[in-house]
Design a protein around this ligand. Structure first.
Ligand code: LRH
Ligand code: MN
Ligand code: MN
Length: 399
């Protein structure tokens, strides 16, 4: 055991932190990476073309497997259909399996085709709503084939101008399409509903915020839950409050982590807002320690996913960076002494409570993470191990 870890251990024992549990939690967290984070991306101004990009979904799986190989906590990849359309999904599943990974959330794509310009499940034309529903049902089938238990939905539906669409009626149309999809789920599957307040529609978006997604999930039933994408809120929104509230209602299903400063920037997770990420995990861990088993179950079943689109940086190391940043903030949140926070709350000690939370954020968890990685049999420094592995150079032959 190295000296730095020894010191860390002494410090945490003195604070009353159960390090065994911290290690277990760090070893068991899983973060899914998105297939679309491994390919060329850009802004609406330019998509930069890089060398070595995966040429198909099979190669995306190979790149994603590298992230898992070096971090040990990313064994699943989210698919976006039809971006990841293949002839034979069983074969794709086998390929992923041979690389030590599996398929995660299936994301139907209802914003790619010309027909969806004025909406998909909220389109005034029933034929287009039918087509959108068929695609949702196709994605449920794909999920069943690849062994995924999550259908992750985001709709670009909305309008650009006042009067463009019948707002109330559109939500009803969406409900009808989602109900048919929901009824096709097997009992082990979850439907996660993602919201976003604008873009690509700029006047109104049909599911603009967590309340609308929550209401839709409630109407659909137990297997529908809300997905929080950290880039999908107005400036200044208290995301951790939304997180706490949704867990309290047993309706938080998953996350799309990414970092933003202005819009839906989709940048490396935790690059500009690590404290926000830490506070999200603090709320989740507080809920995981709740006396109500149903709250605990919700907190322990959250699907953590990254939704990041790198446009200037190298994809695989950028994804590794995001994963490590999530892991770091999770580790820090595990060091919050919840009993101490609670005691300060009981005493109405505002400064004491804030101090008890912030103190964990200010701790150096490097020795802890090195120790945990050693136990997991992955490199203590995953980023430099990846960079030295030569994989980044080997894929340049893809062209
Ligand atoms: C929408 C979104 C949604 C999509 C992904 C590509 O902004 O966050 O999750 O599926 O980006
Ligand atoms: Mn998203
Ligand atoms: Mn987004």
């Amino acid at each position: 055991m190295d000296r730095a870890y020894k010191l860390f251990e002494e410090q945490q024992l003195a604070r009353g932190i159960d390090l065994k549990q911290v290690h277990e939690k760090l070893k068991s967290i899983r973060i899914e990476t998105p297939s679309w984070g491994y390919v060329n991306q850009g802004t609406r101004f330019k998509t930069f073309e890089k060398m070595g990009m995966p040429r198909n979904t099979y190669e995306k799986m190979e790149d994603a497997a590298q992230v898992h190989k070096f971090t040990g906590i990313c064994p699943a990849v989210a698919l976006h259909i039809p971006w990841d359309k293949v002839e034979d999904y069983t074969n794709l599943k086998e390929h992923a399996g041979s690389l030590g990974i599996s398929m995660g959330a299936i994301n139907p794509n209802l914003f790619q085709e010309n027909e969806y310009m004025l909406g998909s499940v909220c389109n005034i034309d029933s034929k287009i709503r039918r087509k959108a529903t068929e695609h949702l049902l196709e994605c449920v089938d794909i999920a069943k084939t690849v062994g995924s238990d999550v259908l992750s939905l985001w709709f670009a539906d909305g309008t650009n101008y006042p009067g463009q669409g019948p707002i109330r009626q559109r939500v009803q149309w969406m409900y009808e399409c989602l109900k048919e999809t929901y009824d096709a789920l097997t009992p082990n599957m979850r439907m996660l509903i993602e919201y976003k307040f604008y873009e690509p529609a700029f006047y109104h978006t049909d599911l603009a915020d967590w309340g609308m997604a929550f209401n839709m999930a409630n109407k659909l039933g137990k297997q529908a839950e809300v997905l929080v994408d950290t880039g999908h809120h107005a400036q200044g929104t208290n995301i951790e409050h939304i997180v706490a509230y949704l867990i309290g209602e047993k309706k938080l299903g998953g996350f799309h982590f990414n970092s933003r400063k202005y819009g839906d920037d989709d940048l490396i997770v935790g690059s500009v807002n690590p404290y926000e990420l830490f506070l999200i995990f603090y709320q989740i861990l507080d809920a995981a320690a709740d006396q109500d088993p149903a709250i605990q179950t919700t907190a322990n079943n959250i699907a953590y996913m990254i939704d990041q689109s790198h446009n200037i940086e190298d994809k695989i190391p950028a994804m590794i960076r995001s994963v490590l940043n999530v892991q770091t903030q999770y580790a820090k949140a595990l060091l919050v002494n919840l009993a101490e926070v609670r005691a300060a709350q009981e005493k109405q000690d505002v400064l004491g409570a804030e101090q008890a939370v912030r103190e964990a954020f200010e701790m150096d968890v490097t020795p802890l993470l090195r120790a945990v990685r050693e136990e997991m049999g992955v490199p203590c420094d995953p980023m430099s191990a990846y960079l030295q592995s030569g994989y980044g150079i080997s894929i340049l032959s893809r062209g």
